[in-house]
Design a protein around this ligand. Structure first.
Ligand SMILES: Cc1cc2nc3c(=O)[nH]c(=O)nc-3n(C[C@H](O)[C@H](O)[C@H](O)COP(=O)(O)OP(=O)(O)OC[C@H]3O[C@@H](n4cnc5c(N)ncnc54)[C@H](O)[C@@H]3O)c2cc1C
Length: 403
């Protein structure tokens, strides 16, 4: 097994487009990921067992109960490795991860331990595709990935705290399972419309989940999140059913690349499913603020009419802005909008060749939505959404998340 050193990547350009051999490395990496996919659970357990044996001190960075959590680092690393052919996207994702790792106190010298555990897990659970060439490809890719994370964390150190304390100043229940939670961070919190933060509640220490900002940056510095309580969800249920004004949350660094390209004057085709509508609202406000008058089409998807919890505020925006069209799409019979599935509705009203695509919502909606946008004429490189891992469920921890 080739050793991975923390500074190995320092000699290469910190751009994932250089150093790795995209197509060959990508092929080798995808082969081992595909072989490991059916035994991902066992591989994950093995990875963590090794990691905590090599570095017992690392255990403290993780929640006490690891069951629902344990795929976090591993899943994020694998998902990231899957996208090595898309260096720009991958670099931005890894830089967000690296900055986010500061809140756990992750140090540069701990990355090699993670790399070793990753390689051993791959060797054991993808034996047929393992060999010197595949191993060399993984070493190259992991070295670049970890160096990208380390560099981003270093750069962030002088400009931002590892986390922000944020007091809940209002808690508004919109439906039986959706709440709008507004917080006041203890220091200015810079972010862009369309991004998200990872968030820790006082009730689940070291359990971090991502939530999108539901508005563009406000002059009063407050931040709002739309949270849907999922069955047996640790953080979401606490935020919806337990949190009250005065409770203090922790926020990690802002992340995500679903932001506006202000150099473009193309229209925006936005799809928001459930609370995925929150960052779309922030984007609409951002367009309005710039006064660019780009055409904006918002498709707001839900299962039932009463789940369109923020429709009224979108209709108010639509009344104020002639460039905005809002189209509710409801899976069951609807009195408020189109009946059916969001991706089909978007396809039906296309083509959307002259638009940029923005999607936010459950991973399955994003995958189907991307297909719908591509088949409606939007090139893949003009479609933005939060990172969606494909091999294993990726939640957040010292690594990252799925909606
Ligand atoms: C970039 C990003 C932005 C996000 N923004 C938002 C947001 O603005 N608002 C929001 O409400 N959520 C958002 N999410 C999802 C959020 O991060 C959590 O995953 C979600 O709140 C569940 O966390 P939990 O701790 O309550 O559940 P967990 O403890 O992680 O999961 C408990 C159980 O619920 C299942 N589960 C997880 N998610 C869902 C789901 N959506 N539906 C049904 N079952 C589920 C799990 O598989 C598990 O069995 C976002 C996710 C990402 C990646």
């Amino acid at each position: 097994m080739t050793a991975i050193s923390a500074d190995e990547g320092a000699t290469v350009q910190h751009d994932l487009g250089s150093g790795v051999q995209p197509s060959r490395d990508a092929k080798a990496i995808r082969r081992s990921l595909a072989e490991m996919a059916p035994v991902a659970d066992e591989a994950t357990s093995y990875f963590y067992a090794l990691l905590f044996t090599y570095g017992p001190h690392l255990r403290d960075m993780f929640p006490a109960a690891m069951d629902a959590q344990r795929d976090r680092i591993f899943g994020a690393l694998l998902s990231a490795a899957e996208t090595i052919d898309e260096p720009e996207k991958l670099t931005s994702y890894l830089r967000d991860l690296g900055r986010g790792h500061r809140k756990y106190g992750v140090r540069a010298d701990q990355y090699p331990l993670v790399g070793e555990a990753l390689m051993y897990a791959l060797e054991r659970y993808a034996p047929r595709s393992w060999g010197p060439e595949t191993e060399a490809a993984w070493v190259r890719v992991y070295t670049l990935m970890s160096q990208t994370m380390i560099d981003a964390a270093d750069e962030d150190e002088s400009v931002a705290p590892p986390w922000w304390d944020a007091e809940i100043v209002s808690h508004e229940r919109r439906t039986h399972d959706v709440a709008v939670v507004t917080v006041r961070p203890d220091q200015p919190y810079p972010y862009r419309a369309g991004q998200y933060a990872s968030l820790e509640t006082p009730w689940w220490p070291r359990v971090w989940r991502s939530y999108s900002f539901a508005s563009m940056p406000r002059s009063d510095g407050l931040l709002s999140f739309h949270v849907k309580s999922v069955p047996a969800g640790w953080v979401s249920r606490s935020l919806v059913h337990r949190a009250r004004p005065g409770d203090v949350l922790r926020l990690g660094a802002p992340a995500g690349s679903m932001t506006l390209d202000h150099a473009s004057d193309r229209g925006l085709l936005c799809m928001g499913g459930s609370t995925g509508i929150a960052p779309i609202k922030a984007l609409v406000e951002d367009v309005a603020e710039r006064g660019q008058r780009r055409q904006v089409e918002v498709f707001f998807g839900a299962n039932r009419d009463n789940e369109l919890y923020d429709l009224q505020s979108f209709l108010d925006l639509e009344r104020r802005h002639p460039w905005l069209a809002v189209r509710p799409v409801v899976a069951e019979r609807s009195t408020l909008g189109m009946a059916g599935q969001l991706p089909e509705a978007v396809r039906e009203l296309g083509p959307w060749r002259e638009f940029d695509g923005y999607l936010s919502g459950p991973p399955q909606m994003i995958r189907k939505g991307v297909d719908a946008l591509v088949s409606s004429g939007i090139p893949a490189d003009r479609i933005r959404h939060d990172f969606v891992g494909s091999l294993v469920r990726v939640t957040e921890g010292p690594a990252s998340p799925t909606r």
